[in-house]
Write a protein that binds this ligand. Structure first.
Ligand SMILES: Cc1cc2nc3c(=O)[nH]c(=O)nc-3n(C[C@H](O)[C@H](O)[C@H](O)COP(=O)(O)O)c2cc1C
Length: 229
């Protein structure tokens, strides 16, 4: 059993998305202690930002036959294939991605763009990951709920869900934690109690989704084993 884990936070110390994803991972390893964790820390070890353009140019923007591809294009397509291999090899997927500048982390966008250049994951096709269980952990410094001044300003979560749920067709459970900047930004001090409650709720959801991820994957592996007998 393998768990794939992607972290898009640009920091390690004090990262809320990592702490919450750790809870999901903990539940997973509780059930699958021998499992391999395939880590892709794109926030601290970013993918080259020009790889997508090279891969996309070769694969479809100006479709280049294999024998005419440049070394840069070959390397970019190789990187995309390696990223998709990690997803295919995993029995379950965990994505931890914060909100940055009201949009999706540039590192996660680069990751998704690159993965999508691989024929196994091309948009409009039949993705190689259909039905695979996944958890998306996302955290935001502020709050964007209904009736708040910034309602509608979170342009990351709907996009990430669209990609993971509808384009890649994963079986996704989402954990969201808001107000992670309470305690850091004094302007948010009045929301301390609310932030603490939100954090508690997010941690409970993370544990519950972690358990579901582990049991869902066990059932999937059993079905696959039966199919190969
Ligand atoms: C460069 C930068 C931009 C950010 N932009 C936003 C933002 O637009 N909205 C928001 O609610 N929080 C924003 N934040 C706060 C992060 O979402 C918050 O600190 C989150 O906890 C970061 O994830 P981490 O704790 O896993 O590192 C930003 C943080 C950074 C460093």
């Amino acid at each position: 059993m393998n768990l794939f884990r992607l972290d898009a936070s640009i920091r390690t110390d004090g990262s809320h998305s990592r702490q919450i994803a750790d809870l999901v991972e903990h539940e997973w390893t509780d059930v699958h202690p021998e499992s391999r964790i395939i880590r892709r820390p794109i926030g601290t070890e970013p993918l080259p930002s020009d790889a997508w353009a090279s891969a996309a140019y070769a694969a479809y923007a100006a479709f280049t036959p294999e024998d005419q591809r440049t070394q840069t294009q070959i390397d970019a397509l190789g990187l995309a294939a390696a990223l998709v291999d990690e997803l295919v090899e995993a029995d379950a997927l965990l994505f931890a991605v914060p909100l940055y500048n009201f949009g999706v982390s540039q590192h996660f966008k680069t990751y998704v763009d690159l993965v999508t250049t691989d024929p196994r994951m091309a948009a409009g096709g039949s993705p190689a990951l259909i039905g695979k269980p996944a958890v998306l952990v996302t955290v935001r410094g502020g709050a964007y709920g209904s009736g708040t001044p910034r309602e509608g300003w979170d342009h990351a979560t709907p996009w990430m869900r669209r990609i993971l749920e509808d384009v890649w067709q994963l079986d996704v459970r989402t954990v969201e934690a808001e107000f992670t900047l309470v305690g850091v930004n004094p302007a948010l001090d009045e929301f301390r109690d609310l932030a603490a409650q939100m954090r508690e709720d997010a941690e409970a959801t993370a544990r519950s989704h972690g358990r579901a991820l582990a049991s869902h994957s066990s059932i999937g592996a059993e079905v696959r084993d039966q199919g190969t007998r």
